[in-house]
Design a protein around this ligand. Sequence first.
Ligand SMILES: *Cc1c(COP(=O)(O)O)cnc(C)c1O
Length: 424
Amino acid sequence: MTGYLKKTDQEVARLIAAEAKRQQETINLIASENIASLAVREALGSALTNKYSEGYAGKRYYAGNAVIDEIEELAKARARKLFGLGKNWSVNVQPLSGSPANMAVYFALLKPGDKFLAMSLSSGGHLTHGDPASFSGKLFSPIHYGVGKDGRIDYEEVRRLAVREKPKLVLAGFTAYPRTIDFKKFGEIAREVGAYFMVDMAHIAGLVAAGVHPSPFPYADVVTTTTHKSLRGPRGAIIFSRIDRMLKSGESGEKEMTIARAINRAVFPGLQGGPHDNQTAAIAVCLKEAMKPAFKTYGKQIVENAAALAAALQKHGFHIVSGGTDNHLLLVDLTDKNISGLEAQTRLEEAGIITSRTMIPYDPRPPFDPSGIRLGTPAVTTRGMKEKEMVQIAHLIHEALTGKGNSAIRKRVNLLCSRFPAEN
Ligand SMILES: *Cc1c(COP(=O)(O)O)cnc(C)c1O
C-alpha cells in the first residue's frame, strides 16, 4: 500500500519524503521523540482510520464496531500485561495525546479552582502541570514545587508544601528531569495529606516498561503516559486508574463512584468524540514490541547512552545539571559558555544535531531563550547507536558550539547517520 500519494498529490508526497530524509540525515537528540517501527506506522495508515466508534467496547454508539472492540480490548490487555497490572487497574487507550489525557484526569478528580501540587515548568514540569499558559493553570489552582540548587527534587520541601497547602492531588512525572523519581516518597506525601496521587510517566514509560526506572504503579492512584516517547509507539496516550479507589465524597452527583469510572467518563463523553482506532491499533503493536526481551536491552541502552553522552560532554568542559543523569535525558547548562540555549539549538541544527533549548534550575535568562539545552537518547538508541557514537556526538556538539564552520561538521554528522538507518 505505497506509491499512491506520489500519483495523486506530489506536493505532500515530496514534503513527506523531505522530512524522512531530514530524519535520516540528522542526529535526533530531542528527549521526547523517537522513531516508531514500520509496523506501528502500517497500523496508523490502515483502514481503521475510516471508523467511528464513540463509546467503549460493547457500548458503542454506532454499529459495525465488533473488530474495533477487539482491537481496543487487545491494546488494553497488552498495556496491563506490559506494566504487570492486576484487576484493580482500569486502562483507557482513547486519549488522543498526553495533554488531553491529563485534562481528563483533572476534570474527573478536581473541580475548577481546586488545588493540585506539581512541578513548575521552569524546573522540568509539563505545561499541563499547571502552567499559567495552559488550561491546567487557568482552570485550577496549581501549587508548584521546583528543584534545589543541585537540580534534584527536595522531597522535604514537597512534603512541607503539601502539608501547608492541602492539595487535592499530588502530581509527579516530568518533562525535563534527569534523575530517578522516588514514587514511594511522593505516594507517602499524597497519603499523608489525603490527596490523590497522579503520575505522568510520559517521558519514562519505555524505561519503566524495560525495568530501568522504578514503576509508579505500586503507589499511584492514576498513571498517565504518552505512547510516542521512550515507549516508541504512535502519538497517543494511555490512562491507568485504580478501580478500588473512590472519588472523594461530594465530588459528583452520584455517590460511590470509582476514580476509574469518573476518568473513563471524562475521556468520553466528557472531552472527546470518536477515538482514533488506527492509533489504538498502533498502540497495541508498540505494546507487543515493548514486551519482547529486545526492548529490555533497548531501554538499558537508552540509559547507558545518556550516561555516556553526559560523561563525554563533561570531559569537554560542559556543566551537566545535577551532575549527570539516571534516565534518558540530560540538561546541559550553558551559562559559562557565553551562548544561550536558543543560539546553541540553532547552531547545532545547522550542524545536523537536533536538540531543544531548556530552562535550567534558577535560570537567569527568559523562558524563550533560556540557558540550557535538553538532550535525550531514545531516538538515537532506536537507530542502533551505542556509547562509542555518544562520545562522537559529544565531540561534534563541542565543535559545533565552540568552533566555526558548521557545514564541515554537518558532513560528519551525515556520515555517522548513514551507518544507522532511521527506518526499521
Ligand atoms: C509530552 C508530555 C505530555 C504531553 O503530551 P502531548 O502528547 O504532547 O500532549 C504530558 N506530560 C508530560 C510529562 C510530557 O512529557
